[in-house]
Design a protein around this ligand. Structure first.
Ligand code: FAE
Length: 507
């Protein structure tokens, strides 16, 4: 499928738009499509690039194995989630550039996020998982499960293009050997093992593996973008939004302020060049503003705007209830008779479900290094109860997050309910070379930031911010810290639910 039409002319200083959407990830894309279909003109602002122009190698996105200037958001050195291999540090210097992956560092955690039109959909693993219904009460306690499971989860899955790997093909193809080894070890320790859906086009992957299509996932493309099979938002929601003719998107524009201006809102926007320099500052007005800058982006904006008096009537829940979806990573060293394969597709399709008994759901993740590693690698989502708060640090002119590294300990304990048992059964050990020298746990990061403007607390039960009619939160900031599985299907489904009500009642 072709990328959606080209980015339109940049928003002008002094412009007025009926609806402004800040950010182009899942929440923003759902909101823009549904408003446009209801006949409303929408302008979306995105701080990252459009990602429509190939680089010097003829490709839009670089490979995971060879990060370059396109890979990181305004850093001069890469910060790879797996920082080491066989004891050697992997990071390297790169030119400062408005790259695709932001490794945003707070005092106790690094939060990875996508930057560009499509937000996290550009960089994520595509795992499209609907939480088990019996767990939904802990995910969004104020939302009626029936409406989500009968209407909005199915709608989100359909629009996102969620599909399933062909189990017969999965059983035999080389590029999923690592996942089958993961299954063998999980099942020998009596853990439930499930194939999980994805938004990667599984028919395309079959062709890659057969050598009849340009290799993409099978060649390791994912973390810094995917050039072929991934159905990211520019190919799904945003393509349909643009096709309405009512949605315009301005990339490389970062919102820094929103204030009341009579019956409207005034929005201050910095225009960036691809080196991250501010080349212009614009003020535009809008009747309604939808915050879709992601859990961190939306929470940082709202925390600053409340504290600095730009939006003083926001309530005391702003900035609270932030969680890391219990993310923790680890690797296991397999025996020499258990190779995981030299060719590993970058698209994960399987997980070990020990949520009910141990509080952990472990994604069997690829290590697409191109060489045999004899390693099994896992990203676990755990029932970590810790929640952090964003606060305004006036002296440093920035927003801080109170998360502490030690707060990952419950996640490690829960992940160990799976991997200690597997190691004991298999006679294997943890890898100690992936996150530093002699470090077992990747406990310094998250891929799944959630919360900071929680539904039914900072907003009403449909995302309307308390204190300001016409201001809404529509992204992962609404979800109180954990989705029990990978989050984007829930973010999408919740946005579908909320915008339907907002269109019916507010417009
Ligand atoms: P998001 O997609 O983050 O979009 C926010 C957008 O707003 C971004 O494009 C920002 O650049 C932009 N923005 C931020 N601040 C501003 C500003 N001030 N002005 C203008 N624009 C701004 O938000 N989830 C899954 O369900 N399955 C997976 O397999 C999976 N794998 C992942 C792998 C990686 C490496 C990462 C980083 C994430 C992964 N995720 C996965 C998480 C998922 O991508 C994330 O939950 C969603 O993207 C969040 O959606 P939002 O709409 O909240």
């Amino acid at each position: 499928m072709a990328l959606a039409g080209r980015a339109t002319a940049a928003i002008g200083d002094g412009a007025h738009v009926p609806v402004l959407v800040i950010g182009t990830g899942y929440g923003g894309s759902v909101t823009a499509l549904r408003l446009a279909q209801a006949g409303v003109d929408v302008h979306m602002l995105e701080m990252g690039q459009a990602w429509e122009t190939p680089g010097s190698d003829g490709k839009i996105f670089p490979n995971t194995r060879t990060p370059d200037y396109r890979s990181y958001w305004l850093r001069t050195r890469t910060k790879q989630p797996l920082s080491n291999f066989l004891g050697f540090p992997l990071d390297k210097d790169v030119p400062r550039h408005a790259g695709i992956l932001d490794a945003e560092e707070f005092a106790g955690i690094t939060v990875y996020q996508g930057r560009g039109i499509g937000g996290g959909s550009l960089v994520n693993g595509g795992m499209a998982v609907t939480p088990r219904r019996e767990h939904f009460g802990s995910v969004l306690p104020s939302v009626n499960p029936a409406e989500m499971y009968d209407v909005y989860y199915p709608r989100a899955n359909a629009e996102l293009g969620v599909n399933h790997v062909d189990p017969a093909w999965w059983e035999t193809v080389d590029c999923y050997q690592y996942a089958r080894v993961g299954r063998k070890h999980a099942q020998r320790s009596n853990f439930a093992f499930t194939l999980v859906p994805n938004v990667y086009d599984m028919n395309y992957m079959k062709q890659e593996a057969a050598g009849t299509a340009t290799k993409s996932a099978v060649d390791g493309e994912i973390l810094y973008g995917n050039n072929h099979g991934k159905k990211s938002l520019p190919k799904t929601y945003l393509a349909r939004a643009r096709a309405t003719g009512r949605v315009r998107i301005t990339p490389l524009h970062r919102v820094t302020s929103v204030t009341r201006a009579g019956t409207r809102y005034a929005i201050v926007v910095e225009q960036l060049d691809t080196s991250g320099n501010v080349t212009a500052t614009k003020t535009v007005t809008a009747d309604r503003v939808f915050f879709a800058a992601g859990s961190v982006g939306t929470s940082k904006l709202l925390t600053k705007l409340k504290a600095t008096g730009a939006l003083p009537n926001l309530n005391g829940e702003i900035g609270k209830g932030w969680g890391d979806n219990g993310n923790v990573m680890c690797g296991r060293a397999n025996h020499l008779w258990d190779p995981t394969g030299t060719v590993q597709t970058s698209i994960p399709t399987a997980g070990i479900d020990n949520w009910a008994a141990g509080g952990a759901f472990a994604e069997v993740a690829p290590l697409p290094t191109g060489i045999e590693t004899w390693a099994s690698f896992y990203l676990s989502i755990t029932k970590n109860p810790n929640r952090a708060q964003f606060t305004w640090n006036a002296a440093a002119n920035r927003v801080d997050l109170s998360w502490q590294t030690a707060w990952k300990q419950p996640s490690i304990t829960m992940a160990k309910t799976i991997f200690d048992k597997i190691n004991s059964k298999e006679g294997t050990i943890y890898r100690t070379d992936l996150f530093g020298a002699y470090k077992i746990w990747g406990d310094h990061l998250t891929y799944h930031p959630l919360g900071g403007a929680v539904l039914n607390k900072a907003t009403d039960n449909h995302g309307r911010l308390h204190g300001y009619p016409g201001l809404y939160v529509v992204d992962g900031a609404l979800i109180p810290g954990n989705t029990t599985v990978n989050p984007f299907v829930t973010i999408t489904a919740l946005a579908e639910r909320n915008i339907e009500r907002i269109i019916a009642e507010d417009l």
